[in-house]
Design a protein around this ligand. Sequence first.
Ligand code: KG4
Ligand code: ZN
Length: 367
Amino acid sequence: MLRPIVPLSDIKSGSIMRILGLETTCDETSAAIVELQPDGSRKILSNRIRSQNDEHRAFGGVVPEIAARAHVEVLDGMIRDAMAEAGLGFEALDGIAAAAGPGLIGGVLVGLTTAKAIALGLNKPLLAINHLEAHALTPRLMEDVQFPYLLLLASGGHTQLVAVQDVGKYTRIGTTIDDAIGEAFDKVAKMLSLGFPGGPAVEQAARDGDPERFALPRPMFGKPDPDFSLSGLKTAVRLAAEAVQPLTDRDVADLCASFQAAIVDCVIDRTRIGIRVFRREIGTPTALVIAGGVGANRAIRQALQRSATEAGLRLVVPPPKLCTDNGAMIAWAGIERLRRGMSDTFEVAARPRWPLDEARAKPGARA
Ligand code: KG4
Ligand code: ZN
């Protein structure tokens, strides 16, 4: 994929920088090469992604051991393909980046160990990237977005509102106290037998549904701290579904539409409070940004566009392929770090838990 991108005004480099990025923290295997040019423009030279949906479908969720084995089987071939698509030999790389966590430890080890081996063999810098940081910096791969900005990171494992103040400087403003938004979509899909992964299936079913048929709760709505809570909403969907058994296609569509409408209301409300907290505690955000797989949802994107407009902010949403897990975001986070002189030693360890904002993370929290 060759993509000329508007120069980023705070990024100029002395020479071309090219990084190979590996992503293996969950159920996508990805290898990508991203290039930064001296004028600050970026190109995704390749972004190979293989999803493990087929391997996990029968279990209705990601099975860690199966995920790790599947990463091992395909990663080397995908790196070769990514290099060939970019038309580069390994010597043209300036560094090797891999997601080093948070995530399923078996998979993380596959990507990080592979990156260490390549970096050692080539004698090039190693970049051990926080997967959440990669999501957080993705908007800057696509557009000229300056720090600080407000990020809604919403994926299968995480739901957080984060002030992105600089590379390596993040303040968590809000988080979910139970399920992540993507997880709620996945669980609702499972209970309605819509398959895996759930987000796209629920969104598709909701298209023909009546969002007002089922009166579902909007947990945390109006609360002064911009935290999320989704498990009560998920339970309410289950109770509503049990009350209309056997479910027809219309019932399923209406349940999905009502569920999605409740999520949209929560996202709008929590983001509005998040912007208020950002202005009070951090300063003026340059943009509202969404990242993570849930960013692929059109209803949520449209709702956030309204929130951003109301707050006088620009909304930046990466294209769906860069919202869900991918190697290009890891390569880009590697570029952001390497050009600031940051890199890692070979002692760096894979981390199942790795909060973006260590100071505000609860003990034992994944992120
Ligand atoms: O960022 P991601 O690819 O992986 C994680 O790091 O979790 O996000 C995957 C999550 C899944 O829970 C999936 O159901 C959700 O993002 N997702 C969506 C949509 N597409 C993916 N949720 C709602 N609507 C969608 N269209
Ligand atoms: Zn992710």
